[in-house]
Design a protein around this ligand. Sequence first.
Ligand SMILES: Nc1ncnc2c1ncn2[C@@H]1O[C@H](COP(=O)(O)OP(=O)(O)OP(=O)(O)O)[C@@H](O)[C@H]1O
Length: 642
Amino acid sequence: MLAQSQREHIDHVLAVSQTGAPPSDRIGSSWVRCIRDYGLDPCRPTRAHIIEHARLREHQDHIEEFLGVARTGMEQLYKRMAGIGYVLLLTDAHGIAVDFIGNDAWARELKQSGLYLGADWSEARAGTCAVGTCIVEKTPITVHHADHFDATHISLTCNAAPLFDPTGDFLGVLDVSALTSPSPRDSQHLALQMTTMFAQMVEDANFLRYFRDRWVLRLGSAWSMVDVSGEIMLAFDADGVIVGTNSGARKSLRPLRGGNDGALVGRTLGEIFREGMDSIWRIARAGFTADRTALSTGSGEVYYGTVVQPRIAPRAARSTETEAAARAPALERLAGDDPQMQRLIAQASRLVNRPVNILVHGETGTGKEVLAKALHESSERAAKPFVAVNCAAIPESLIESELFGYTAGTFTGGRSKGMRGLIQQADGGTLLLDEIGDMPLHLQTRLLRVLAEREILPLGAEKPIPVNLTVVAASHRDLRKLIAEGSFREDLYYRLCGAILYLPPLRERRDLDYLIERLLAAEGSELGTNATLDLRARHALLDYSWPGNVRQLRNVLRFALAVCDGGTITTDDLPAELMSADHRAPAATEGSEATRGEAAELEAALRRQRWNVTAAAVELGIARATVYRQMKRFGIVPPNQL
Ligand SMILES: Nc1ncnc2c1ncn2[C@@H]1O[C@H](COP(=O)(O)OP(=O)(O)OP(=O)(O)O)[C@@H](O)[C@H]1O
C-alpha cells in the first residue's frame, strides 16, 4: 500500500514530466529523462536493486587499485559523518556501489533502502537519485527526499560528487546518504561540501599515486596551505612537458597563447606560466622547506607552488645537444630522417633505464617488437634476457602456465616435470607482452599483481618468487576502447603505460628510402646476395601505401632479392599489388584504412589459429585459397617462414 505522501509525490512527478522542465532544473530534467529515456513508471515504485556477489566482484576488479586509495579517504570522511547518521557509498562509473561504510546496527534498513554494497544506483535503474544524476551531470548534487523519482526513496537524503581519473576520464561517484534527515534541503549544504571536498582529496591521492614517478607541481592560492591542499596539480617530465592534470588544473588553467581548448597535456609548463621553466626547476630544487615561488597565469591569477619529487628521480633535464649525444645506437638505427620517428627515438632514449613500464602502440608490422628490443639493448639490462610473448599467439588455455610456469606434479603426462614461466625467464631483463589486448581478463588480474608486487606465484607453488624486470607491452588495438567494452582492466592499463610510445604507420614515415636501403642490405647479407633497385622499382616501392607496414616491406624485398636476375631488382620482381593504383600512397585515406583493417583482421585470425590457414579460413568464413591470396597481398608471412 502506498502512503499518502508517496501518492502525492507520484502525481507531482507525473505533472512535471508532462509539462517538461527547464534545463537548469536538474531534478525536473532527470524526472523527464526517467520517463522518456528509460521508460520508468513513477506509479510503480520499486525497491533498490542489489546485484549478485559475482557481478559485484567484477565491478570491483575493474577499479581495484583505485578502491584502495578511495578507502582511506572514505574512512576519514566516515569518522566525521557517522556521528550525524550518514553512511558512505563509492560507486563505479555505472552506478554500482563497489564500496560502502555504514553502521552495522542498521544493516537491514540500509540494505532495504539500497544504501549498501552492490546497490545499483544508475538513473536508468533507480530513477533520479544523487549517484545516478551525478553520473549524468558530472557535477556535485544533493537529491533530497521528494527530489527522488521513485516514491520508495523519498525518505532518503543523498549527496554525491563525481570522481575523475588522472587522465580526466570519469571514474565513479562518492555518495554520502542518510535514511532520515530534517525536511529543509538546506540541511544538506554542509554534507554536500564535505562530499565534494573528500571526492577531490581521493582524486588527488589517486593522481599522486599514479604519477609517483613524475614531478608534480602543486599550486594553491594560499601560500601557507599549498603543501596540505594544493588545489591544482600538474605532473610533468624532465623537459617540463605536462603529462597529467587534476580536475582543478583542467578547470582553472589555460595556455598563455593559442587558445581556449583547455588541452594542457603535451604542452610545456612554460606555455602556462609567465615565469617559465627556470622558476619551476627552482621550486623543485628548493623542496618543501624553502620559500614557495609565486607563478602567474595568462589571466593574471597568482598561485603559490611546491613540487613533489618523483619516487625514484628520473634523470635531470638535459639540453637538446646532450640529449642527442645520449641517444643509444640501437634506437638511433630504427629510423632515418623522419620527424615522427626522431621524436619517438628522443622520447625512447629518455626512458632507457627508467623504472617505468612502457606501452608501445602501433599498427601491425610497424616494428613494436623491434623497438622493445632496441630499448632493452640500450639499457643496463642488455646482457640479461629479452623475452617476447605474443599473447594472441598462445592458446588461451596455455597462456597462464606459459607465463607463470608450474611446479612439478601440477600437470600429468608430457607436462609433469614443471617449467619456469616466461615471466621468470625474463628475470633481470625485459619482458615484452605483445598484443596485450588479447590477454584474457582473469590473467590480467594476475599480471597486475606481478607488476604491483614484483613477484610471481607459479601454478602449484606455495611461495611467490621475486622477479625484477622491465615490462614493455605492445598493442595495435585501442586499449581505451577495450576498457570501455569491459575486456581490458583499467588499472592494468595505468600500470602498463608509465609512458606511451606511438609508432607511426609506414605510409606516414618520410624515411622510406632509408628503410629500403637498410633492409635491402640486411636481407641481402642474410641471403648471401646483393642487388640494387632500378629507378622504376624504387618508385613503385616509394609510391605504395604499405598496409602491412615494415614487415610487408621486408618481405617484398626478401622476395625480390631471391627472384631478381643479375643484381638488379626491377618491377617484374615486385608483387603486382605494388603497381596497382589502389595502393598508391597519396590515396592512403579511406580505401587503405579498410585494407589495413582487413590485413590486421586476417593476421589476428591466423595468430589465433596458430598459423593454421584452414582453421583461419573457417574462422573468417572464407575459402583457404582466399586466405593464401590475401596473405600474399598484404605480405603476411608465418613466423616460421620469416
Ligand atoms: N625500424 C626497423 N628497421 C628494420 N626492420 C624493421 C624495423 N621495424 C620493423 N622491422 C621489421 O619488420 C618486421 C615487423 O616488426 P615487428 O615484429 O617488430 O612489428 P610489430 O609491430 O611488433 O608487429 P605485430 O603487431 O605483428 O606484432 C620484422 O621483420 C622487423 O624485423
